[in-house]
Ligand binder design. Structure first.
Ligand code: SAH
Ligand code: SF4
Length: 381
């Protein structure tokens, strides 16, 4: 298809209404057309305009002349023995992934916002890979569209209705990339997740995870406040400067202040702080004591993530006893602290045919995605 065609998956409701106006639809009906089209795209997940049967034939012909529905291409689809499922998508020069974790009563999809990441956190394989490019809104929402459609097909469910059984009940932006560094593409994708004419998820069931871009946290509060997870990983600026280098620009005190500002708009009354447990680096009792002081400054829950090692990484996973002792200390201080469960561990076996580089990254990222999803959500999520 020609690249002049507008990919409709790129557009949230206002943008879709503007598109209809631009192609000559009457002003009085652009809003209705936008809603109808969203339903076809994100609830019935059609791939062809001819299937949009409640839209007049002439309008469908106009759509076909000016627009397209361009989905992501899947490179690999793997399922672990525990039901965790991962799709690897081709985004041109690179690949990104989405991971689905089914649990009793909910299904969480972890999606990517960038190919690679520029922020270079010391313990992160995505960061080590460097920045490739931002994903578009279509590529971000496309991960949800693809997963939703595929999982529904497996269950024999046709179409998405807001009151019916749905495989994806929660979305977390904890895959590859820093979502708030791709703000202008991420926000319309969030809006589509929330829109009742599209995926209709509540704000508390959509989580953005950030390494701590303070101005964008403030902006997100204004534009689309969803649940927020913050990758803290260290209780002092000296250590966080090393582990999460963006801390040099936005130190812990500024980050905590932005979390408190965010909570005025947030759909939940706490921030989730993520803390990767690195042996001998940030997992000692002195770190727990410092972390308690920080956690008392913001209504929060803490999620401890056992480090997932990768080739040439300079860190080791904290021993289990250390993680448990760390958790106990925080819990004793009254801070709700969870430890991630491991899911989808065996998927790397299914990735055997992939090229080595992708295989390695795949194995690492599934563990990371699974880690992030397992415990970051509130009990009522
Ligand atoms: N960029 C955002 C969201 C995605 S990053 C952020 O930093 O919050 C994915 C998350 O995976 C990071 O927060 C980090 O907690 C986690 N992570 C990265 N590398 C990891 C590793 N090797 N082991 C365990 N968790 C890791
Ligand atoms: Fe980027 Fe997040 Fe990895 Fe840091 S942890 S390098 S912000 S993806």
């Amino acid at each position: 298809m020609s690249t002049n065609l507008q990919n409709l998956l790129e557009l949230n409701q206002p943008a879709l209404a503007a598109f209809f106006a631009q192609v000559g639809e009457k002003p009085s009906s652009v809003k209705m057309r936008a809603k109808q089209t969203l339903k076809w795209l994100h609830q019935s997940q059609v791939t062809d305009f001819s299937a949009m049967t409640d839209i007049a034939k002439g309008t469908r012909e106009t759509l076909a002349a000016h627009a397209e529905i361009r989905d992501l291409t899947v490179i690999r689809d793997s399922t672990a023995s525990d039901g965790t499922r991962k799709w690897l998508f081709d985004v041109g020069s690179s690949a990104v992934d989405a991971v689905f974790i089914p649990e009793e009563g909910r299904g969480t999809l972890c999606i990517s916002s960038q190919a690679g990441c520029a922020l270079d956190c010391a313990f992160c394989s995505t960061g080590k890979q460097g920045f490739n490019r931002n994903l578009s809104t279509a590529e971000i929402i496309g991960q949800l569209r693809y997963a939703d459609l595929t999982l529904k097909a497996d269950l024999g469910i046709v179409g998405r209705t807001l009151d019916g059984v749905q495989p994806v009940t929660n979305v977390v932006m904890m895959g590859m990339g820093e979502p708030l560094a791709n703000f202008e593409a991420v926000v319309p994708a969030l809006e589509l997740m929330l829109d009742d004419n599209a995926y209709g998820l509540s704000r508390r069931r959509v989580t953005v995870s950030t390494s701590g871009l303070v101005p964008q946290i403030d902006e997100l509060a204004k534009r689309s406040p969803v649940a927020l997870a913050v990758s803290l990983h260290a209780p002092t600026d000296a250590l966080r400067d090393v582990l999460v280098p963006i801390n040099k620009r936005y130190p812990i005190s500024e980050l905590l202040a932005s979390c408190n500002r965010y909570l005025e708009f947030a759909p939940r009354d706490f921030i989730t702080f993520e803390y990767v447990m690195l042996d001998g680096v940030n997992d000692q009792m002195e770190h727990a004591e410092a972390l308690i002081k920080i956690a008392r400054q913001v209504p929060c829950k803490l999620n401890l993530i056992p480090f997932n090692p990768f080739p040439n990484s300079e860190f080791k996973k904290s021993p289990r006893e250390q993680i448990l002792a760390f958790q106990r200390r925080l819990s004793d201080a009254g801070i709700v602290t969870t430890i991630r469960k491991t899911r989808g561990d065996d998927i790397d076996a299914a990735c055997g045919q992939l090229a080595g580089q992708i295989k390695d990254r795949t194995r690492r990222t599934i563990a990371i995605h699974a880690a992030r999803m397992a415990n970051t959500l509130g009990e009522d999520a």
